[in-house]
Design a protein around this ligand. Structure first.
Ligand code: TXA
Ligand code: MG
Length: 349
């Protein structure tokens, strides 16, 4: 299959091209599209065949449910039922935007889309190209992140092409995804809302709207026997090809330890990558150093994280050492993704 790449203008995407993309979905095909978080691999959420194709294209286990993307708030009532007052308040406060909510599903949503669950994940993206594309496709677009399962999520059309060329009909190129990390997921199908995946909409922001929220214990204690409530969180995602280890401690001790390890492995003929904040990037005389953003600008680190992990994949490095980042606010999402990419390998110094 040939994968067509279509460039769209962010501010005013061409309706004719969007119509073409929408027609692909209406026929049961797949189109990758930009959102403000990461690129999505879209198919018609109400067509079980299309959901099967999504799993196949990604090489993803089919017990891992998909998020249904909508373009108008009122469309949520077509696919979800028993929406709680907290659910209503969160939609009001954060849609359109990088927040996915879990509700009880209506029968219209096929089990293929929800991995057999009785709940459905719904998100209304803020990105204007995403909104127009969803509308052109019939209003309900199932979309996981547009990467091959086990690789970092994609934040540019080039990354999508790298992973999915020949496996999908079309890619809509809307430039770089501004946020760079996947949406926050909150389960509002239960009495007290639960965060299943951290994102740039933080716990503090959610609590300011609905009061107390809990966090899926499997997120806090990754090695506990607790099964994560978002099935996708149990897989080792976002994994670079080289072995990634996070080094945690005071800034000086971290620099010293990474320099020591780099020297040690280079002496044995290995190539070492270093993932650092801009502030410390010039403190590493050896290794392939990549700056990911400034510690004073967490959002910038979020935007570049997956890109930098992908760049390492194109090099010869066999080991990557990463500095650790602050764990508050957006930092919680950054560290969640980084720890998963590292398979929870952490050295404390
Ligand atoms: O920002 C995003 O959310 C991106 C863009 C494309 O919208 N999408 C995304 O999808 O990250 P994906 O498939 O890579 O991650 C969806 C996560 C998975 O961990 C999945 O297990 C969880 O959402 N999920 C989906 N439906 C669920 C449900 N009914 N109950 C619990 N978790 C669910
Ligand atoms: Mg994903």
């Amino acid at each position: 299959m040939e994968t067509k790449v279509i460039k769209l203008d962010y501010a005013s995407p061409d309706p004719k091209l969007l119509g073409e993309a929408g027609a692909v979905l209406r026929r049961g095909g797949l189109v990758a599209f930009p959102t403000e978080t990461v690129y999505g691999l879209g198919g018609d959420a109400l067509n079980p065949q299309a959901s099967r194709k999504i799993y196949e294209a990604k090489g993803r286990p089919s017990d891992n449910p998909l998020i249904v993307h909508i373009a108008r708030k009122r469309d949520v009532y077509e696919i979800a039922r028993d929406i709680s007052p907290q659910g209503e308040k969160l939609m009001e406060a954060f849609w359109p935007g990088p927040l996915t909510l879990i509700f009880q599903k209506k029968d219209r949503v096929p089990p293929e889309t929800t991995g057999g669950l009785s709940t459905v994940a719904v998100r209304m993206p803020r990105d204007p190209i995403a909104a127009a594309f969803i509308q052109a496709s019939g209003g309900f677009v199932a979309a996981p992140s547009a990467n091959v399962s086990g690789r970092p999520s994609t934040t540019t059309a080039d990354h999508v092409l790298e992973d999915l060329k020949g496996r999908i009909e079309m890619i809509l190129d809307g430039g770089q995804a501004v946020i760079g990390l996947e949406s926050t997921i909150v389960d509002v199908s239960v009495e007290t809302p639960v965060i299943l995946r951290p994102g740039v909409i933080t716990r503090e922001m959610l609590e300011a709207v609905v009061g107390e929220i809990s966090v899926d214990p499997a997120l806090i204690q990754p090695d506990s026997d607790k099964k994560p409530k978002a099935p996708g969180m149990k897989y080792r995602h976002y994994a670079p090809r080289a072995e990634l280890t996070i080094v945690e401690g005071s800034p000086e001790a971290v620099v010293r330890e990474i320099n020591r390890l780099t020297e040690k492995w280079e002496a044995q003929g290995e190539k070492v990558g270093i993932l650092a904040a801009y502030e410390s990037a010039d403190k590493y005389p050896r290794g392939l150093v990549k700056g990911v953003g400034s510690r004073r600008q967490e959002a910038e680190i979020a935007t570049h994280l997956y890109q930098v992990l992908r760049e390492f994949d194109e090099t010869e490095v066999t080991r990557i050492y990463s500095e650790s980042f602050a764990d508050a606010r957006i930092g919680a999402a950054i560290m969640n993704r980084l720890l998963k990419a590292a398979g929870h390998r952490v050295i404390q110094v």
